[in-house]
Design a protein around this ligand. Structure first.
Ligand SMILES: NC(=O)C1=CN([C@@H]2O[C@H](COP(=O)(O)OP(=O)(O)OC[C@H]3O[C@@H](n4cnc5c(N)ncnc54)[C@H](O)[C@@H]3O)[C@@H](O)[C@H]2O)C=CC1
Ligand SMILES: O=C(CO)[C@H](O)[C@H](O)COP(=O)(O)O
Length: 340
């Protein structure tokens, strides 16, 4: 089958490679022509020099997958739509907000352009492992694209089968799922990323507690008068974090792919010295919390994990200064620059 791909970064380029390797024909476009010409060297890949040229190389009905940052989807759709026709399919595979999907699909409806939203997970490992896809949109368009989804997805692989799944059928065990109406794919991916924040925070915090378990060896550096460390002898452990992460990967309750990646990072550099610890967020965690509030569903873990990211970027600094100011005002307490 033929697919047009716009956005050839960490995700889009590898998805094209996976499709081309498996016999699909890809027409590609990126705002960087260098990236286009590099990828067009692959068998089965044709480059477009402009959006218009890209569209002209696609057969009808066209299937065009956007794999670009959420912030440029609006503009890109506006630029491409004048070149599209009834029955063409636009797929947004990035991390867009599902509420934008609902609006965009309504705007495209009078032109007969079908809109499919796909939450894609797999990161830079997807070329090799395949991409998990959470899909929303009209059934017939999703079914039309099935050969594409089937190829991009990981497939059944060697993951043990869920008992009872054989009675249910469907594509979920191949790593892609039509989750529901327009926006449903990005809604499920939004919550996936909310969970991702929570799981990441849990590993990071737990390993942080293990790292500090030798604090009792540094009592000389601690201000004994005010620091509430009563029993230094309880904190004399120099845990080997790369080893702990590794052992947890082997049969433990908390084994996971995120833990695999954590173990890999720690073995390369246990001090993680190339990172400053300012953790970005691209929106999906925030939208998950908004949805939870609208639904009245408590999500304390996911919310705290999101707030930790804000704090990591210094967003709590002013509030913390105010705490110190109040403490000083009511008790004359001074900040201790080196306090643990
Ligand atoms: N990197 C990851 O682990 C994952 C990313 N995503 C989502 O997939 C989308 C793409 O992500 P990445 O590939 O990581 O981004 P990226 O920054 O690596 O690549 C984006 C590509 O889009 C191109 N581009 C940007 N604006 C464009 C425009 N107006 N017209 C044409 N090309 C344009 C850029 O030149 C670049 O090649 C984003 O929505 C991201 O949130 C989803 C899952 C995982
Ligand atoms: O979707 C993803 C993974 O599943 C992307 O890597 C996304 O960028 C991660 O979210 P954030 O940037 O908010 O950490």
């Amino acid at each position: 089958m033929q697919l047009g791909m716009i956005g050839l970064g960490r995700m889009g380029a590898n998805m094209v490679k996976r499709l081309a390797k498996n016999g699909h024909e890809c027409v590609v476009f990126d705002r960087s022509q260098q990236v286009v010409s590099d990828l067009a060297k692959e068998k089965g890949v044709t480059g477009g020099t402009s959006l218009e040229d890209f569209v002209s190389k696609l057969s009808k009905p066209r299937a065009i997958w956007l794999m670009i940052p959420a912030g440029v989807v609006e503009q890109t759709i506006a630029e491409i739509v004048p070149h599209l026709e009834k029955d063409d399919i636009l797929i947004d595979g990035g991390n867009s907000y599902y509420i934008d999907d609902i609006r965009r699909s309504k705007e495209l409806e009078p032109k007969g352009i079908r809109y499919v939203d796909v939450g894609t997970s797999g990161g830079v490992w997807g070329l090799e492992r395949g991409y998990c896809m959470m899909i929303g949109g009209p059934k017939e368009a999703v079914e039309y694209l099935d050969p594409i989804f089937k190829t991009i997805a990981p497939g059944v692989g060697d993951i043990p089968k869920t008992p009872g799944r054989e009675k249910v059928g469907g594509t979920a065990e191949m790593g892609y799922l039509h989750c529901g109406e327009t926006g449903g794919g990005h809604f499920v991916k939004m919550v996936h990323n909310g969970i991702e924040y929570g799981m990441m925070a849990a590993y990071a915090e737990g390993l942080g507690v293990l790292k500090a378990a030798n604090i009792g060896k540094h009592t000389a550096e601690i201000d004994a008068e005010t620091t509430p460390l009563r029993d230094p002898e309880h904190y004399l452990y120099d845990f080997n974090l790369p080893d702990v992460a590794e052992v947890w990967r082997r049969g433990s309750v908390i084994a996971s792919w995120l833990l695999d990646l954590t173990a890999s990072a720690l073995i390369v550099d246990p001090e993680l010295s190339k990172y400053g610890g300012r953790v970005s967020d691209s929106g999906e965690g925030r939208w998950t919390i908004k949805a939870a509030i609208d639904e009245g569903v408590p999500t304390p873990v996911l919310t705290t994990a999101l707030y930790s990211r804000f704090s990591s970027r210094g967003e709590a600094d002013f509030s913390n200064k105010l705490l110190s100011a109040m403490r000083f005002a009511f008790g004359g307490h001074l900040e201790k620059p080196h306090e643990k």
